[in-house]
Design a protein around this ligand. Structure first.
Ligand SMILES: [Zn+2]
Length: 753
C-alpha cells in the first residue's frame, strides 16, 4: 500500500553516476551489539548468507505470485498462501497458516453519470492492453473502488475542491462557495485518500469522487503505459478509505484478534466507514466532468494538467453517483514461519511483507515479497549448515494489507501480550524498485541500520548502500549545508506514519519497527491499478531484480544481527538527538503561528484583503485570529536532556563492555530490560481521541493520513490551537522520555556489572 512521495523521486533524479575513485571498502569493525569473538563468527555466516539471494528465482516467483488477481477472498489469494507455506516448509521452517475472519466489502454496484448540462456515463473500467496478458483477466479483477465507503445513491451539483484538504475548504469559504448538498471531485495527492471524503463530509458534501490528475500521476511524469510506466487515462488508483486514524485492522474487532468466536461490532456501530459515498476514477472519466463545471476559474495552484479550464462550480454540472458493496466477512490467510532460537528462544525478531494485492500487484506487494522469500530460503539453508541464531526468528507473509492492514493487525492483536514482552524488532517491506535504500522507523535502531547499510553493496554503483544514501542526502541538502551534511555521523532515518503492516507493531504495541525499500529510480505510475503486473514491473522497474537481491541482503543481514547480537543493538543517542529535533520543530511551529497570526491580523486591519479582491468575484476577508499564547516547553527540554545524558553514558559503557569481552557474554537479563525500550515511549491511554494509537512519538496525522506526525499529541493540539491540551500532552511526553532515561540508566548499571 505504501506510496513514495513524488518530490523525493524528482529530487533524487540523475544522481547515479559511478565515481572514478574506488568506492568499496571492506568492513572490518565489530558489529554493533557483538563482542569481537562473536562478531568474527557472525561475519562468516553473513558472507555465506549474502551470496544466496537469487534474482532469477525472484523473477520466477514474481511471475507465479502475480499470475492472477489475488485480493482478499479470491481463489488465487488462498492459492498463493498455500504455495508460500510449501516454500517455508521446503526451506526447513516450522510454518503454518493462521486464519482470521474480517469484514471486507467488495463492489456490488458502481455508477457515475453526469445528468446536466450534457449526459455522460463514466466507464469505470481499465481496458486490457495488447501484449500484456494479465490485463485481460477482467472477470477475476476487483474493479476500481474505494473499500469501506458507505453505500449511497446521491445526486447533486459538482464542485471541484482541488486536493480536498482543509486549506482548500478555507479557500472555498472565502469565495462564498459551499459544498453543502454537492458532490465534490478531488484529485489524489497531498493527503491520504480517506481524508478527502472525511473532510468533504464534514463540510456538508453528499458524495466524493477522487481522480488521478496527470499533473500528479500521469503523462506529465513520463510516457503512459504501455509505452512508459506512467498512469494511462483509464488507469484508476484503488484503495481503502477506512478512517484509519481511529484504529486499524478489522473494523468489527478493534483491539482484539478477529478469530472465529471474537466479539464483533454490529455494522451500524462501526465508526471507521466513510460518512458519504466515495468512488475513484481515472482522468479519462474525470475530464468530461471537470470540463462541464461552470463558475469561477480555479486559482492557479488548483489547476492540474488536463487540457481544460479548471473551474470550481457549483454550476451547470450535476452528477449522479451510486456506490454499493457486498458487506461480507472474508478469510485472511497469514503465513507464519519460525526458526526457534538456541539460547534466548522466547525473544522474537520478526520480518514480514504482505502477499495480497488490489489486482495482480507485481510491484505492490510482490516485489518486496520475493526478496523476503529469498531471505527466508537462505536463512533456512544456513540453519541446515549449522548456523544457530540466539533468538527466535519469525518470517510472515500477511494477507489483507491493502484494505486495512487486516492480516498483520489481527495477528499482532491476537499475540499482543507475547509480542509486547518479547519482540526485539519488526522489520517490514512492501513494494520496492530501484535506486536508494529508503529506511524509516524507530530511532533506537538508527545506528544499527547505518551499520548494516555500510556493509551492503549497491548493485549498480559498487558503493555501499550507506555511501549512496549519504551522497543523495548531500545533494538534496541546501547548498550552504552540503559540507556538514556529508560528514555527520549516522544517516538519519525517517519516522513512520502509516501505510503498511508496521503500523500495529509500532503504533499499537510499541515494538521497535523499520520499513525498507529501494526507490528513486525507475518507473512509477501503476499504483493500485490493474496495470501493476509482471509486464509493467519487468519493463519499467527493477527488471533485473538486482535491487531485489540487495533488499534481501540488507533486511536478511539486519535480521541475522538482531537474532545473534550479544546485546540487542539499540542506541539511545540517535533517539535523543531526533526527539530534540522534534522539540525544536514544535517550538518553531508555535512561534511561526504567532508571527503568522500577527501578520494576518495586521493585513485585515489594513484592509489588504479588501483592496485586492476582484469586485466581480468578491472574496470575503479572513477573520481575525486569536493571539498565540506562550507555551512552556521546559519540561520537554529537561526530559530530553536527561535522556541524552543517560544515552551517552550507556553508549560508553556498552562499547567498553563489548569491546573488552573475552567471549560472547550472557546478557539475558539486560536484553529483557532493553526490550521494554520502545514500549516505554507509549501510553496505555493512547493519543487524544484515538486510544488504539499508543506511541507518543510517532503516529499518522488525523488530517494527513499516511504522513507521520511526530510527538503527535502535542503537535496536533498546537495545530488545532488547543493550548490547554498542548500543555497536558507536553507533560505526558516528558514523563515518557524521563522513564526512558531511567530505563537506560538502569541498563548502564547492569552492563557495568
Ligand atoms: Zn503494499
Amino acid at each position: 500500500m505504501r506510496f513514495v512521495s513524488l518530490p523525493l523521486v524528482i529530487a533524487l533524479g540523475g544522481v547515479a553516476a559511478v565515481p572514478a575513485t574506488p568506492i568499496t571498502a571492506a568492513p572490518s569493525a565489530d558489529i554493533l551489539g557483538f563482542t569481537p569473538a562473536s562478531s568474527r563468527v557472525e561475519r562468516e555466516w553473513e558472507t555465506r548468507f549474502r551470496a544466496m539471494p537469487n534474482p532469477t528465482r525472484m523473477r520466477a516467483d514474481m511471475k507465479r505470485l502475480s499470475a492472477y488477481p489475488h485480493h482478499v477472498g479470491s481463489p488465487y489469494d488462498k492459492a498463493n498462501a498455500e504455495w508460500l507455506l510449501t516454500q517455508f516448509k521446503d526451506a526447513g521452517w516450522d510454518a503454518h497458516i493462521e486464519q482470521f475472519d474480517v469484514l471486507f466489502p467488495t463492489p456490488k454496484e458502481r455508477k457515475l453519470e453526469m445528468i446536466a448540462p450534457t449526459r455522460f456515463v463514466a466507464k469505470l473500467t481499465e481496458p486490457p492492453v495488447p501484449g500484456d496478458p494479465t490485463t485481460y483477466q477482467t472477470a477475476q479483477q476487483l474493479p476500481p473502488y474505494n473499500a469501506y465507503s458507505i453505500d449511497g445513491d446521491v445526486t447533486g451539483p459538482l464542485v471541484y475542491v482541488n486536493y480536498g484538504i482543509p486549506s482548500d475548504y478555507d479557500e472555498l469559504a472565502r469565495r462564498g462557495i459551499s459544498v453543502k448538498g454537492a458532490i465534490v471531485i478531488a484529485r489524489y495527492g497531498r493527503s491520504w485518500r480517506g481524508v478527502k471524503p472525511k473532510i468533504a463530509g464534514e463540510h456538508g458534501a453528499i458524495g466524493c469522487i477522487i481522480y488521478s490528475d496527470p499533473a500528479d500521476d500521469g503523462y506529465t511524469q513520463d510516457d503512459t503505459f504501455p509505452v512508459g510506466p506512467a498512469r494511462a487515462p483509464n488507469s484508476v488508483q484503488r484503495g481503502s478509505v477506512m478512517e484509519m486514524t481511529l484504529y486499524q485492522g478489522d473494523p468489527l474487532t478493534p483491539g482484539v484478534g478477529a478469530t472465529k468466536d471474537a466479539k464483533r461490532l454490529a455494522l451500524k456501530d462501526v465508526k471507521v466507514f466513510t460518512k458519504i459515498p466515495v468512488l475513484p476514477i481515472g482522468y479519462a472519466d474525470a475530464k468530461p466532468l471537470l470540463s462541464a463545471i461552470t463558475g469561477e476559474v480555479a486559482p492557479s495552484d488548483w489547476r492540474g494538467a488536463l487540457p481544460i479550464t479548471y473551474k470550481i462550480g457549483p454550476g451547470a454540472a450535476r452528477v449522479h453517483l451510486i456506490v454499493k458493496s457486498n458487506w461480507d466477512i472474508k478469510p485472511v490467510y497469514d503465513v507464519i514461519g519460525r526458526l526457534t532460537g538456541s539460547t534466548q528462544p522466547d525473544q522474537l525478531v520478526i520480518r514480514a511483507n504482505h502477499h495480497d494485492a488490489w489486482v495482480n500487484g507485481a510491484d505492490d506487494p510482490i516485489s518486496g515479497l520475493v526478496a523476503e522469500l529469498e531471505e527466508m530460503r537462505a536463512l533456512g539453508a544456513l540453519k541446515k549448515q549449522g548456523w544457530s541464531p540466539k533468538r527466535t526468528i519469525i518470517y510472515a507473509a500477511w494477507d489483507g494489507e491493502e484494505p486495512a492492514v487486516l492480516g498483520s493487525a489481527e495477528w499482532a492483536e491476537t499475540h499482543a501480550e507475547d509480542l509486547t514482552q518479547h519482540a526485539v524488532a519488526y522489520l517490514n517491506s512492501d513494494n520496492t524498485g530501484r535506486g536508494y535504500l529508503s529506511v524509516s522507523g524507530s530511532h533506537i535502531l538508527e545506528k544499527f541500520i547505518n551499520g548494516v547499510a555500510g556493509d551492503i553493496t549497491d548493485p549498480e554503483t559498487g558503493a555501499t548502500l550507506q555511501r549512496r544514501m549519504r551522497a543523495s542526502r548531500e545533494l538534496r541538502a541546501p547548498a550552504a549545508r552540503r559540507d556538514t551534511a556529508s560528514k555527520s555521523g549516522d544517516i538519519q532515518i525517517g519516522a513512520l506514519g502509516s501505510g503498511s503492516d508496521y503500523t500495529t507493531f509500532l503504533q499499537h504495541l510499541g515494538i521497535p519497527s523499520m520499513d525498507f525499500g529501494f526507490h528513486g529510480e525507475g518507473g512509477r505510475g501503476s499504483y493500485h491499478s490493474a496495470y501493476d503486473d509482471f509486464y509493467w514491473y519487468t519493463h519499467f522497474s527493477d527488471s533485473s531484480f538486482v535491487y531485489g537481491r540487495a533488499l534481501a541482503q540488507t533486511v536478511g543481514t539486519a535480521m541475522m544481527r538482531l537474532a545473534d547480537a550479544d546485546v540487542i543493538p539499540y542506541d539511545y543517542t540517535d533517539l535523543a538527538e531526533t526527539v530534540k529535533g522534534y522539540a525544536g520543530e514544535l517550538k518553531r511551529l508555535v512561534s511561526g503561528m504567532a508571527d503568522d497570526a500577527a501578520k494576518h491580523n495586521r493585513e485585515i486591519r489594513d484592509s489588504t484583503f479588501m483592496l485586492t479582491t476582484d469586485p466581480r468575484y468578491p472574496m470575503a476577508a479572513p477573520t481575525i485570529e486569536a493571539d498565540v499564547p506562550k507555551i512552556d516547553f521546559s519540561p520537554l527540554d529537561s526530559a530530553i536532556a536527561r535522556l541524552s545524558d543517560a544515552a551517552n553514558k550507556y553508549n560508553t559503557t556498552f562499547t567498553n563492555t563489548l569491546d573488552n569481552a573475552k567471549t560472547s557474554g550472557d546478557f539475558a537479563t539486560l536484553n529483557m530490560r532493553l526490550i521494554k525500550s520502545e514500549h516505554t515511549l507509549t501510553s496505555d491511554a493512547g493519543l487524544p481521541g484515538r486510544p488504539w494509537f499508543k506511541h507518543l512519538l510517532y503516529a499518522p496525522g488525523v488530517n494527513t493520513g499516511y504522513g507521520v506526525k511526530t510527538i503527535p499529541a502535542v503537535r496536533e493540539a498546537i495545530e488545532a490551537k488547543d493550548w490547554a491540551l498542548a500543555r497536558t500532552e507536553i507533560t505526558r511526553v516528558s514523563a515518557a522520555l524521563s522513564a526512558e532515561a531511567a530505563l537506560v540508566t538502569q541498563a548502564t548499571a547492569e552492563l557495568a556489572n
